[in-house]
Design a protein around this ligand. Structure first.
Ligand code: AHR
Length: 522
């Protein structure tokens, strides 16, 4: 095992001695944590695509969130809102998955090409039953991807589509010939073919994508994937629709006989405070019990990934098939007064910690987990950005994504961590969670999450690099567990500088309660 965490529980005697010294068992007493970065035992590269996004035709995720149209009074460039484009460029988004989600399996690409005013208006049956104007289609998405400088992950329609429809879409997007479809693309304004780096064969085919069994889908995957063609050297990585939560049967069935076309299998896991789908919990104003339960629930993904990776290692010992966690994040009850089908929710410091914990887990599984896509990019579920008319706020989750940029393409480094526990009621988690890597410039980076909302952590880190002169970075924290940014107070939660001091050969950092920090040693 390359990551070892020792949870140290203070004995009653020690605790009494501490109380005597401190005068009272103050909730503010710091916990002591030690970290050893095993810099000489490099692991796999953390694929930058681990920091991917997901944008679905859902609520204000696309319409308003990204696309407002050229005639909008909201500042835009050719219909794309300027504030959101800039924020996403600053985030170094490696890949965006589109157009769904559940929407993908009812999306017919032809509805979204050609003159905008003539495109058919459909009903978005999954998400609020609202009119889908198809104003934002293939050209609009591909242009958006070019504007923010990201790769694309197209989700194809298996549930209500056909192999022919899927094949045509690929030809339309990628053909460099004079075929009728390629010429139609040219007529619609795009001379050069686009590069499609990733293509998904359906989404959640166990549910909204067709209610299939893994066995039935495994055959459909082979059939559909056969016709997803692209010019030589431009074939996208093909992603099979997999399972969710604790499930392993999809990976198991899909890899009993690995098909040559399968590059990855998707897996989905959403975090709720209660773990009960019918009453998930609120995004704000929650008790401390829902703080800790959310953090404990989100960390379940570690075991879910490990169990699926075990099967992959057995059935695909060559390591050909990756695991893409192409939907993850928090999912709360709908906010009062909002359309439940739009999945709009506030985003707080708790979500920031959820993001940090998931990244630390994804890093540990970097060998197989080569892409993840948080759900979702703007205005939906655990969003990076929330908009309200012409105004926009960057969420605490956005800031964590930005703080973790040095981990994109970095080399994973194992750590030994000794940390106390943070407990409340039936929940127990480690106080501090850690991930380390060597970034693309050769510096060690260390991410630290203090899960305890009441106690500072004094973290002593041993780094073997003798040349290290400083350890500086940024920390995200706030007074309240549900601290958040709104369009009227967009800077309530934002990163601040932090540094560790050298003390007796260790780097000592005072990590505030309920915080995420990323340090760079150089
Ligand atoms: O992200 C919201 C929805 O959650 C997606 O459309 C679907 O794939 C999942 O169930």
């Amino acid at each position: 095992m390359i990551h070892r965490t020792k949870v140290r529980v203070a004995s009653a005697a020690l605790l009494l001695a501490f109380v005597a010294i401190a005068g009272s068992a103050s909730a503010a007493a710091p916990v002591q944590v030690s970290v050893n970065v095993r810099a000489n035992e490099p692991g796999p590269v953390i694929n930058p695509n681990v920091y991917g996004q997901f944008a679905e035709h859902l609520g204000a995720g696309i319409y308003e969130g990204v696309w407002v149209g050229e005639k909008s009074s909201i500042a835009n460039t050719n219909g794309y809102r300027n504030d959101v484009i800039k924020a996403l460029k600053d985030l170094h988004v490696p890949v965006v998955r589109w157009p769904g989600g559940c929407f993908a399996d009812e999306y017919h690409w032809r509805d979204g090409v050609g003159e905008r005013s003539k495109r058919p208006v459909k009903v978005n049956t999954h998400w609020g039953g609202v009119a889908e104007t198809n104003e934002f289609g293939t050209h609009e998405f591909m242009t958006f991807a070019e504007m923010i400088g990201t790769k694309v992950y197209i989700s194809g329609n298996v549930g209500s589509g056909s192999p022919q429809e899927m094949a045509d879409w690929m030809e339309y997007m990628t053909s460099n010939t004079v075929s009728t479809l390629a010429n139609e693309r040219r007529k619609n304004g795009r001379e050069q073919p686009w590069e499609v780096q990733f293509f998904g064969i359906g989404n959640e085919t166990w549910g909204c994508g067709g209610n299939m069994t893994p066995e039935y889908y495994a055959n459909l995957f082979r059939q559909y994937a056969t016709y997803v063609k692209a010019p030589r050297g431009h074939r996208p990585k093909i992603v099979a629709s997999g399972g969710n939560d604790a499930g392993t049967d999809w990976v198991s069935v899909l890899t009993t006989n690995v098909h040559r076309d399968m590059d990855a299998i998707s897996h989905h896991y959403y975090t709720t405070p209660t773990g009960v789908w019918a009453k998930k919990g609120n995004s704000t104003g929650f008790p401390e019990q829902e703080w800790i339960s959310t953090l404990q629930h989100t960390m379940l993904i570690d075991g879910y990934i490990a169990n699926n990776v075990k099967i992959l290692d057995q059935n695909d010992s060559q390591g050909k098939v990756a695991l893409y966690v192409d939907e993850w994040g928090t999912w709360y009850d709908p906010e009062p007064g909002r359309e439940p089908g739009f999945l709009y929710q506030q985003n707080t410091l708790r979500d920031a910690l959820v993001a940090g914990l998931n990244f630390n887990i994804f890093h540990r599984h970097a060998k197989r987990v080569q892409m993840t896509n948080i759900a979702q990019m703007v205005n939906v579920l655990q969003a990076m950005i929330l908009t309200d008319g012409a105004k926009m706020a960057l969420t605490p989750t956005y800031h964590v994504f930005q703080m973790y940029i040095p981990f994109q393409g970095a080399i994973f480094l194992p750590t030994d961590v000794t940390t106390p526990e943070y407990k409340l009621g039936k929940y127990t988690v480690e106080s501090v969670n850690v991930s380390a890597a060597r970034d693309t410039e050769g510096h060690i980076v260390l991410a630290l999450v203090n899960l305890d909302p009441n106690r500072e952590a004094v973290v002593s880190t041993a780094v073997t690099d003798a040349a290290v002169k400083s350890a500086v970075g940024r920390v995200l924290t706030a007074k309240a567990m549900d601290a958040r940014n709104t369009v009227d107070a967009p800077e309530a939660v934002k990163p601040a500088p932090i540094s560790a001091k050298k003390d007796g050969g260790k780097w000592v950092l005072r990590l505030p309660p309920k915080s995420v920090a990323v340090l760079r040693f150089q």
